[in-house]
Ligand binder design. Sequence first.
Ligand code: AHR
Length: 547
Amino acid sequence: MTHPTRRAFMAATAAGAAGALFARHVPGVRAQTSDSRLEILVNEPIGTIAPDIYGHFVEHLGGVVYDGIWVGEDSKIPNVGGIRKALVDELRKIKPAVIRWPGGCFADSYDWRDGIGAAGNRPRRTDFWADTRPSLNRSPADGPQRFDPNRFGTNEFMRFCRLTGAAPYIAANVRSLPAKDFYQWVEYCNAPAGATTMSDLRVAGGDREPFGVRYWGVGNEPWGCGGNFTPEEYATEFRRYTAWVPKYGVDLKFIAAGPNGGDREWTTRFLRTLVARGAGALNGVYGWALHYYAGSTGDRNAIQFTTDDWYDLLTRADRMESLITQHWSAMAESDPSHKVKLLVDEWGAWHAGSIDMPPNYLWAYPGSLRDALVAALTLDTFNRHADKVAMANVAQLVNTIHSLFLAREDKFTVTPNFHVFAMYAAHQGKQSVRTAFSSPSIAFARDGRAQALWGLAGSASLREKELIVTVVNPHATDARECAIAVRGGAIRDGRATVLASTDLRAHNSFERPDALTPRDASVSARSGGLQHTFPAASVTRLQLTLA
Ligand code: AHR
């Protein structure tokens, strides 16, 4: 049901044509001409924003694990037991709730036993991604990115999680290992010291205390690299893998590998098969994990693109909104009470090639302001669907795809995506409340065809008197003058943090790590409302205190 104040606002904004200037008086906002309006409906809660929405993903792919995270205990690069210290220090700042590992496609080739025990005894294995750049030599000189030494295994991953304060989320191998290996991995992680041979092995690896891993992914992309299953076949595998798993007092949460983008049929057919023998099967599924990447087209790369490419990528990323609502309604067919939550355990902007990094560091590029806007509008989408989305994991943490960090030997920098995560961390655990934006939409062309993108979008969350509002202005050149009103409250004061640049391609590099960083800005609340200018091509966080 629509709240009456929201209904009135929607009717009023629908009456104004896009592009019109709002000269009407918004109660609580000084009379001034604005081209945009935002109403925050603090009495219309959506749901608590799960901190896990601000999750990460680490795969043995390119330079993510080796060099990105693991530098080795004997390295001259500052490290904590072999783990890159600068990465730990920066990651802690953004409160990483959860980290998914070891893949991705790599997960369904991975034998967890390879990554435990004395380092010198661990086998070297061909990485899943070894053939992705066939032009390389295929020699050991290609490094751990192609031939995995298994130096970073379960105990090392758990230490990384402990150091950063994140919960572990392990993706198990369904394509190439039997269910028994899955049970024993759980046993290795969670059985008490001295209880079983598996827990003895963990203790021998240096970890007496059980890891207490709650999140377990049952395979990855079973419609593709995870086994080329049909949804019916995967549903059968899922039931079998989760039929008996030792708990050791841990509230295990099984995650089923969901659709690729808009593949609604994968969702419908999996759940239909799962419940065919009784709806009770839904109790064994914590989450249904969607994957969606927004790609750049043609031969464009992460930092070379036109203004139309800018809008095109943002529009593609914005598809997350309809993917969530479409899959949510597809899930309702077999799960009308929505026991199973939606996860998006891989997302991000995926561009061609690598930039200024070794060729075996696949898809390693700095990420520009454009990617920061992708991150922001996607996180806003998750916040707005806090009642549906229980977890999301940006792909990937470091040196690959939509990364927050770039690392190469002793060089290290944060990317613009990191700054967005830092700004948005304030939403974690707060109550998402409805927002209603009205702003002139943007016209652009894709393949010569006219397209449109909204003028302003964002999300808001509330805890007691603290209201966090995040807003994306995607316009490449125009600032937006916005009248902001809080329905059901009044703004007392606040401050703003802004990530923006007049250069759409702005990005950080090892040489210029501070080329793009957020800046603080003041806001002037008057009579309970706010008039605020959102700069062109920007992400803004408003931290407001209500009266
Ligand atoms: O993140 C890179 C790859 O994208 C993952 O391994 C796979 O799950 C997805 O296709």
